[in-house]
Design a protein around this ligand. Sequence first.
Ligand SMILES: [Zn+2]
Length: 177
Amino acid sequence: MAPLVLSVRPSTPSGRVRIEGNSGASGSCRFCATPAKPQEPSSFLDADGACAYCQLVRRLDRPSIDNEAVLIWLPELTQAALIALVRECHARLRHCGVQHLTERGSTAVLHGSVPIEAREALAAIAAFRSRIAEVEARLGSSSPKALAQAMSRLNGKVYADRARRLHGVRLMPLGHP
Ligand SMILES: [Zn+2]
Protein backbone atom coordinates (compact mmCIF):
# COMPACT_ATOMS: atom_id res chain seq x y z
CA MET A 1 0.00 0.00 0.00
CA ALA A 2 1.10 3.57 -0.66
CA PRO A 3 1.72 5.71 2.48
CA LEU A 4 -1.42 7.53 3.65
CA VAL A 5 -0.35 10.84 5.22
CA LEU A 6 -2.51 13.78 6.33
CA SER A 7 -2.00 16.24 3.46
CA VAL A 8 -3.24 19.45 1.92
CA ARG A 9 -1.88 18.69 -1.52
CA PRO A 10 -1.47 15.26 -3.06
CA SER A 11 2.11 14.17 -3.66
CA THR A 12 0.96 12.83 -7.01
CA PRO A 13 -0.86 15.71 -8.75
CA SER A 14 -4.29 14.53 -9.89
CA GLY A 15 -4.41 13.73 -13.56
CA ARG A 16 -0.64 13.63 -14.04
CA VAL A 17 -0.31 9.90 -13.52
CA ARG A 18 -3.19 7.54 -14.08
CA ILE A 19 -2.78 4.30 -12.17
CA GLU A 20 -3.51 1.69 -14.78
CA GLY A 21 -6.29 -0.67 -13.78
CA ASN A 22 -6.62 1.08 -10.45
CA SER A 23 -8.83 4.05 -11.20
CA GLY A 24 -12.51 4.30 -11.96
CA ALA A 25 -14.85 1.72 -10.48
CA SER A 26 -12.53 -1.28 -10.49
CA GLY A 27 -9.44 -2.36 -8.57
CA SER A 28 -8.55 -1.54 -4.95
CA CYS A 29 -7.67 1.65 -3.13
CA ARG A 30 -3.92 2.23 -3.39
CA PHE A 31 -3.81 3.55 0.20
CA CYS A 32 -6.12 1.28 2.27
CA ALA A 33 -6.52 -1.72 -0.11
CA THR A 34 -10.33 -1.55 -0.03
CA PRO A 35 -11.73 -3.16 -3.19
CA ALA A 36 -13.98 -0.82 -5.19
CA LYS A 37 -17.57 -2.11 -5.05
CA PRO A 38 -20.48 -0.72 -7.09
CA GLN A 39 -22.81 -0.81 -4.03
CA GLU A 40 -20.31 1.06 -1.80
CA PRO A 41 -19.87 4.71 -2.88
CA SER A 42 -17.07 5.32 -0.36
CA SER A 43 -14.97 2.70 -2.19
CA PHE A 44 -15.00 4.51 -5.54
CA LEU A 45 -11.49 5.45 -6.66
CA ASP A 46 -10.20 8.80 -7.92
CA ALA A 47 -7.53 9.27 -10.61
CA ASP A 48 -4.80 8.68 -7.99
CA GLY A 49 -6.38 5.35 -6.99
CA ALA A 50 -7.66 6.68 -3.65
CA CYS A 51 -11.08 5.71 -2.25
CA ALA A 52 -13.45 8.43 -0.99
CA TYR A 53 -12.20 8.09 2.61
CA CYS A 54 -8.51 8.18 1.70
CA GLN A 55 -9.21 11.21 -0.51
CA LEU A 56 -10.28 13.05 2.67
CA VAL A 57 -6.93 12.28 4.32
CA ARG A 58 -5.03 13.44 1.26
CA ARG A 59 -7.01 16.66 0.81
CA LEU A 60 -7.64 18.24 4.22
CA ASP A 61 -8.13 21.55 2.38
CA ARG A 62 -11.47 20.42 0.90
CA PRO A 63 -14.06 23.15 1.63
CA SER A 64 -16.48 20.73 3.35
CA ILE A 65 -13.88 18.70 5.27
CA ASP A 66 -15.21 19.61 8.75
CA ASN A 67 -18.57 18.03 7.84
CA GLU A 68 -16.90 14.95 6.41
CA ALA A 69 -14.32 14.03 9.06
CA VAL A 70 -12.88 14.78 12.48
CA LEU A 71 -9.37 14.46 13.93
CA ILE A 72 -8.72 11.95 16.70
CA TRP A 73 -5.62 10.85 18.62
CA LEU A 74 -5.06 7.16 17.86
CA PRO A 75 -1.37 6.14 17.67
CA GLU A 76 -2.36 2.46 18.11
CA LEU A 77 -3.81 2.25 14.60
CA THR A 78 -2.43 3.33 11.24
CA GLN A 79 -4.55 5.73 9.23
CA ALA A 80 -5.28 2.95 6.72
CA ALA A 81 -6.39 0.54 9.48
CA LEU A 82 -8.68 3.17 11.01
CA ILE A 83 -10.29 3.80 7.63
CA ALA A 84 -10.88 0.08 7.10
CA LEU A 85 -12.58 -0.21 10.53
CA VAL A 86 -14.67 2.94 10.15
CA ARG A 87 -15.79 1.85 6.69
CA GLU A 88 -16.91 -1.50 8.10
CA CYS A 89 -18.85 0.30 10.87
CA HIS A 90 -20.58 2.60 8.39
CA ALA A 91 -21.42 -0.36 6.12
CA ARG A 92 -23.00 -2.23 9.06
CA LEU A 93 -25.06 0.79 10.09
CA ARG A 94 -26.23 1.27 6.52
CA HIS A 95 -27.02 -2.44 6.23
CA CYS A 96 -29.17 -2.15 9.39
CA GLY A 97 -30.79 1.06 8.10
CA VAL A 98 -29.58 3.08 11.11
CA GLN A 99 -26.77 5.19 9.62
CA HIS A 100 -28.53 8.26 11.10
CA LEU A 101 -27.42 7.03 14.55
CA THR A 102 -23.71 7.49 13.72
CA GLU A 103 -23.56 10.98 15.19
CA ARG A 104 -25.24 9.95 18.43
CA GLY A 105 -22.51 7.45 19.26
CA SER A 106 -22.66 5.72 22.61
CA THR A 107 -26.10 6.95 23.74
CA ALA A 108 -27.68 5.13 20.82
CA VAL A 109 -26.00 1.89 21.90
CA LEU A 110 -28.45 1.65 24.78
CA HIS A 111 -31.38 1.65 22.39
CA GLY A 112 -32.72 -1.89 22.58
CA SER A 113 -34.28 -2.03 19.13
CA VAL A 114 -30.94 -1.53 17.38
CA PRO A 115 -29.54 -4.84 16.05
CA ILE A 116 -26.42 -6.17 17.76
CA GLU A 117 -24.18 -5.71 14.69
CA ALA A 118 -25.21 -2.05 14.54
CA ARG A 119 -24.68 -1.63 18.28
CA GLU A 120 -21.14 -3.00 17.94
CA ALA A 121 -20.46 -0.54 15.13
CA LEU A 122 -21.85 2.35 17.20
CA ALA A 123 -19.73 1.32 20.17
CA ALA A 124 -16.59 1.27 17.98
CA ILE A 125 -17.39 4.72 16.57
CA ALA A 126 -18.04 6.03 20.10
CA ALA A 127 -14.66 4.65 21.20
CA PHE A 128 -12.93 6.46 18.33
CA ARG A 129 -14.86 9.67 19.09
CA SER A 130 -13.70 9.48 22.70
CA ARG A 131 -10.21 10.23 21.32
CA ILE A 132 -11.26 13.67 20.06
CA ALA A 133 -10.51 15.22 23.47
CA GLU A 134 -6.91 13.97 23.37
CA VAL A 135 -6.22 15.42 19.93
CA GLU A 136 -7.75 18.73 21.08
CA ALA A 137 -5.44 18.72 24.09
CA ARG A 138 -2.42 18.11 21.87
CA LEU A 139 -3.22 20.17 18.76
CA GLY A 140 -5.67 22.68 20.20
CA SER A 141 -8.36 21.55 17.75
CA SER A 142 -10.02 18.48 16.24
CA SER A 143 -10.97 20.39 13.10
CA PRO A 144 -9.37 19.05 9.90
CA LYS A 145 -9.87 22.50 8.38
CA ALA A 146 -7.84 24.12 11.17
CA LEU A 147 -5.07 21.57 10.63
CA ALA A 148 -5.16 22.20 6.88
CA GLN A 149 -4.80 25.93 7.47
CA ALA A 150 -1.85 25.36 9.79
CA MET A 151 -0.25 22.95 7.30
CA SER A 152 -0.60 25.33 4.38
CA ARG A 153 1.54 27.85 6.30
CA LEU A 154 4.40 25.37 6.81
CA ASN A 155 7.57 25.63 4.79
CA GLY A 156 8.32 22.75 2.44
CA LYS A 157 10.85 21.06 4.72
CA VAL A 158 8.57 21.00 7.78
CA TYR A 159 5.58 19.99 5.65
CA ALA A 160 7.57 17.06 4.23
CA ASP A 161 8.17 15.88 7.81
CA ARG A 162 4.46 16.07 8.78
CA ALA A 163 3.95 12.29 9.16
CA ARG A 164 6.49 12.18 11.99
CA ARG A 165 5.37 15.46 13.59
CA LEU A 166 1.69 14.44 13.55
CA HIS A 167 2.42 10.99 14.95
CA GLY A 168 -0.83 9.65 16.41
CA VAL A 169 -3.15 12.17 14.76
CA ARG A 170 -5.70 10.37 12.58
CA LEU A 171 -8.59 11.50 10.42
CA MET A 172 -11.89 9.73 11.11
CA PRO A 173 -14.37 9.95 8.20
CA LEU A 174 -17.92 10.57 9.44
CA GLY A 175 -19.62 8.55 6.73
CA HIS A 176 -21.47 11.29 4.89
CA PRO A 177 -19.08 12.72 2.30
ZN1 LIG B 1 -8.74 3.98 0.72
